[in-house]
Design a protein around this ligand. Structure first.
Ligand code: SAM
Ligand code: SF4
Length: 361
């Protein structure tokens, strides 16, 4: 039987209003009791697709090449994050991170670091999957542990319309290659858009469950082309779950921590095995109170939130010879000012200047 869906706009009662303070005083603590352990590193703002919720068809004015951190500069800032600031998870993203020629080198440098717990940091990649089949062996050998691959439709024409490029077959090859390379569970990200791909929700979950991939549906956020987001066009988590409930028996998965995905167990049925699915309700049930993220853009700016309106420049001090300790102090200061929440829906909310592809999703 399908389970009841979450009511729209209800803040999850199982999340603390303020996260427990962390014991380490030298990490990335903010003024609301949260500690960042998860760094999103954008390696480029460029992309070979043009997903309609992310970029305009004509692309964006790209960041000037001289402002983009070199592989070594990325290595320094990642080292500062892990060794000085207590970061334990690193996710490389973009734009499209596979467009970065030095990706394997950057991953290998990150894999040589040790966290404050003496472990290799968790190393993952968010990618559109195009060309991943040709790179996956070298990325895995460099130390990549996980991939999230974006896939918004299994229908070739709809995929091509949505991504404005006919690359579905490339993405499916990338998915299969990640699985074959043992980067399991392969995670799939789907943004659901009203009147566009709601009909893909059930086939996508069936496809993923049968292959052991973990699918996560994402509510569309106001981070794409300017004025392109409209709350009424966003398909809320509750509606996504209702759509899934027509074809799958779902039960809430136990435990959540700071993970943004609300996880559900999918019961086995007929020849379809059991699986899991996530629904990231960033807009209707924000998880800001438990957010443990910090972000570094491809041009060396620290952002303490996707929706922040200010950034802290680390590229200039880095190029001027700042020490790891100096860079860590700047980063700590930037993080302390992190807002309590993103404020989507509140009066006065306005979209940040940078879009998702430039911040790093
Ligand atoms: N190019 C890679 C990819 O597509 O996976 C990495 C960068 S992309 C910006 C990272 C993630 O952000 C993708 O899963 C994408 O679907 C998601 N995304 C982009 N724009 C979004 C928006 N406006 N709302 C919600 N998610 C968005
Ligand atoms: Fe490119 Fe990813 Fe944005 Fe799509 S979501 S345009 S693949 S950066």
């Amino acid at each position: 039987m399908p389970t009841a869906v979450l009511p729209l706009g209800v803040v999850r009662p199982d999340l603390p209003a303020v996260a427990e303070p962390d014991a380490s005083a030298s990490g990335l603590e903010d003024g609301h009791g949260r500690t960042a352990r998860d760094l999103r590193v954008s390696l480029t703002d460029r992309c070979n697709l043009r997903c309609s919720y992310c970029m305009p068809a004509e692309g964006l004015p790209w960041l000037p090449g001289r402002t983009i951190l070199t592989d070594d500069e990325v290595g320094v800032l990642v080292r500062v994050a892990v060794e000085q600031l207590g970061v334990r998870k690193l996710r490389f993203t973009g734009g499209e991170p596979l467009l970065r020629p030095g990706l394997a080198r950057i991953i290998a440098a990150a894999a040589s670091l040790r966290t404050d717990e003496g472990r290799v940091p968790e190393l993952s990649l968010t990618t559109n999957g195009v060309g991943l089949d040709r790179r996956i062996e070298s990325l895995a050998a460099a130390g990549l542990q996980r991939v999230n691959i974006s896939l918004d439709s299994l229908d070739r024409e709809r995929y091509a319309a949505l991504a404005r490029r006919d690359r579905l077959d490339d993405v499916l090859r990338g998915l299969a290659a990640a699985d074959a390379a043992g980067l399991r569970p392969v995670k799939v990200n789907t943004v659901v858009m009203r009147g566009v791909n709601e009909g893909d929700v059930v086939p996508l979950l069936d496809f993923c469950v049968r292959r052991g991939y973990q699918l996560r549906f994402i509510e569309q956020m106001p981070l794409g082309p300017k004025h392109g987001w409209d709350r009424s066009q966003m398909v809320p988590a509750a509606e996504i779950l209702a759509l899934l409930g027509t074809a799958f028996a779902l039960a809430p998965a136990p435990g959540r921590g700071s993970a943004p995905a609300e996880e559900w167990l999918v019961a086995a049925s007929g020849d379809r095995p059991a699986g899991r699915v996530g629904v990231i309700a960033s807009v209707t049930a924000p998880f800001c109170a438990a957010c443990d993220r910090t972000r570094l853009t491809a041009d060396g700016q620290v952002r303490n939130c996707l929706f922040a309106h200010s950034e802290t420049d680390l590229r200039t001090p880095l190029r001027d010879g700042a020490s790891d300790e100096d860079l860590a102090a700047l980063w700590r200061g930037a993080h302390r000012a992190k807002a309590a929440g993103h404020g989507i829906g509140s009066e006065g909310f306005h979209q940040p200047e940078r879009g998702m592809s430039s911040i790093g999703g």
